[in-house]
Design a protein around this ligand. Structure first.
Ligand SMILES: [Zn+2]
Ligand SMILES: [Zn+2]
Length: 550
């Protein structure tokens, strides 16, 4: 075999199972010959409570077909869109080593404990390099909205692949640690073959603001509302934000109550791995004997989730934790796209109760954890990759990031916008689409739903058009209905007239059959006839005939 042909066949494959064309369920695979590693394994945003779905995770059929090749799973950081799918795939990945920093794996472990399962978790430090088959993966510290966030510099037999992870540049970061620009520049000087760059905030001009801005914003609220109870909602995983609130509470002599299961759980994890420093005696479990001016409540619910602490506190007025019209409620967060309606429903309710609600960025109560345009440019100029693929974004984000990379001097033929399910082959002198694989959504309702797309379609149809059940006993010899069918409608408006019409249609359809011995077939004919009769604007309810022999 010629050298050239061999190198082409054994090139590096980059496979996208999620996180491209969408913000959420990040999952990328690097494969070289008979070895592969997974970068992140996240869940999708915005599916909570839709048709009873708990979560949506990537389809991992490709990985399952190649399980023997899988050498390790590498996690950039602990946000749900990067780790959230692992708990559902823990049995499949049981023995595979999962690498991440302490906070990342602490959060994974919390999920696994909830599901009463375990995985082979291997904690790494920022700056550490892990050898894994033919890959060697360096974790490089990046600033983001949570501690332990890393970019990954992956040395492969064909060159370096650099995955930025989620990042921003923050020279006044709360933990004093900015993105490790020097290290990234060093990797850049070693010649990076391919960069996978997060694209979330590519539409925002300039430079993201420092997390430090929030401290002043929150302090001014504490000063202004010195005699009122303050309730702050934020992501439990934003450990820097929680730290700031704890420090400010201490400064203003207030006790802190944590509300919401995930708030308490995640604060515990962050503290246990040393990423949260809780001032002595500041956290209390009860606030009955404290004045409003002595309390801050940190609550889950920044996305308007209807199982969250803030939502429940605003709906139930029966106890001391309930929101009162005298409270000040601060949303120290921004909406994940798609959640705006639920959030503003809660905000409206809070205003109705008489609360002061502070929720927009003008008040400096939130800054983004993702790089803006200038930082994206700077990252590109540090990494100086030969090939560039924008990830972690909807297509418009990816397209803009691609244009940005082109302006930064990367040749357009070396820039590719990857799509979900694509397998790209990368080598020193070639980047091409090698093929595609099965990819997409897997729905979780407690557990993985087999045939999920079909079930969700049925749930959608039920929700949209309702259901009509027809119970009848059939004299199969004479092809007539014995007595009257019973009609039960759910989610579909039924009246006596329509009921009679349906009964007539059932009788007529059955009478027109030559042979009624196959009740399944009779059911199918009735279903067709009644659907046609109830059709309005091209849609009809689910018709469920249940026939028994008389
Ligand atoms: Zn993130
Ligand atoms: Zn993310």
């Amino acid at each position: 075999m010629s050298k050239e042909k061999k190198s082409r066949e054994s090139g590096l494959k980059v496979i996208f199972l999620g996180g491209v064309g969408e913000i959420g369920k990040n999952m990328t695979i690097l494969e070289y010959d008979d070895e592969m590693i997974i970068l992140d394994c996240g869940q999708a945003f915005g599916y909570d409570e839709i048709y009873g779905i708990d979560a949506v995770v990537p389809d991992i059929s490709y990985v399952q077909q190649n399980m023997k090749k899988l050498k390790g799973i590498f996690l950039t950081h602990g946000h749900e869109d990067h780790i959230g799918a692992l708990r559902y795939y823990s049995e499949i990945f049981k023995k595979v080593p999962v690498y991440g920093t302490a906070l990342t794996l602490g959060l994974v472990d919390r999920h696994l404990k909830e599901n009463k399962t375990t995985m082979n978790l291997k904690t790494v430090k920022e700056g550490q390099t892990v050898k894994c088959g033919c890959f060697s993966v360096e974790f490089i510290k990046v600033a983001h909205s949570m501690a332990g966030s890393c970019a990954l510099a992956i040395r492969t037999p064909v060159g370096i692949v650099f995955d930025t992870g989620d990042y921003k540049f923050d020279s006044t970061a709360v933990d004093g640690k900015n993105t490790d620009l020097q290290r990234i520049a060093r990797v850049g000087s070693e010649k990076v073959l391919l960069m996978l760059g997060e694209s979330t905030n590519v539409e925002r001009k300039g430079h993201s603001r420092s997390e430090k801005v929030v401290i002043e914003g929150l302090e001014s609220i504490f000063r202004e509302y010195f005699n009122r109870r303050i309730i702050i909602t934020t992501f439990a995983s934003s450990n820097y934000r929680v730290q700031e609130i704890l420090n400010i509470a201490k400064k203003f002599n207030r006790k802190v109550l944590l509300a919401g299961k995930s708030m308490k759980g995640i604060v515990d994890v962050a503290q246990s791995v040393g990423e949260l420093n809780i001032p002595q005696g500041i956290i209390v479990n009860k606030i009955d004997n404290l004045k409003p001016s002595q309390v801050v409540i940190i609550a889950t619910g920044s996305q308007g989730e209807d199982m969250s602490a803030l939502y429940k506190m605003s709906k139930d007025s029966s106890n001391v934790l309930s929101v009162s019209g005298k409270d000040v409620v601060v949303f120290s967060s921004s909406p994940i796209p798609g959640n705006e309606k639920s959030i503003f429903d809660v905000v409206n309710d809070l205003y109705r109760m008489g609360c002061d609600v502070i929720y927009d960025s003008l008040n400096d109560v939130h800054v983004s954890g993702h790089a803006y345009e200038e930082e994206l440019k700077e990252m590109l100029s540090l990494v100086k990759p030969k090939y560039f693929m924008p990830i972690h974004g909807e297509y418009r984000h990816q397209a803009r990031h691609a244009a940005l990379a082109n302006n930064q001097g990367i040749k357009s033929r070396n820039i590719v916008i990857p799509n979900i399910g694509e397998i790209w082959s990368v080598s020193e002198d070639n980047l091409h689409l090698y093929g595609t694989c099965k990819a997409g959504k897997v729905y979780i309702d407690e557990d993985i739903i087999q045939d999920g797309e079909k079930i969700i379609e049925e749930r959608k149809k039920l929700a949209k058009d309702g259901m009509v059940m027809i119970l009848a006993s059939i004299d199969v010899k004479r092809c007539v209905v014995d007595g009257y069918p019973e009609i039960i409608a759910k989610g579909f408006p039924m009246d006596d007239y329509l009921e009679v019409k349906i009964c007539e249609k059932v009788a007529e359809t059955i009478a027109s059959q030559r042979d009624c011995s196959d009740l399944n077939d009779v059911g199918y004919q009735v279903k067709r006839a009644v659907s046609k009769m109830l059709m309005r604007n091209n849609s009809f309810p689910i018709i469920l005939p249940i026939f028994i022999e008389a």
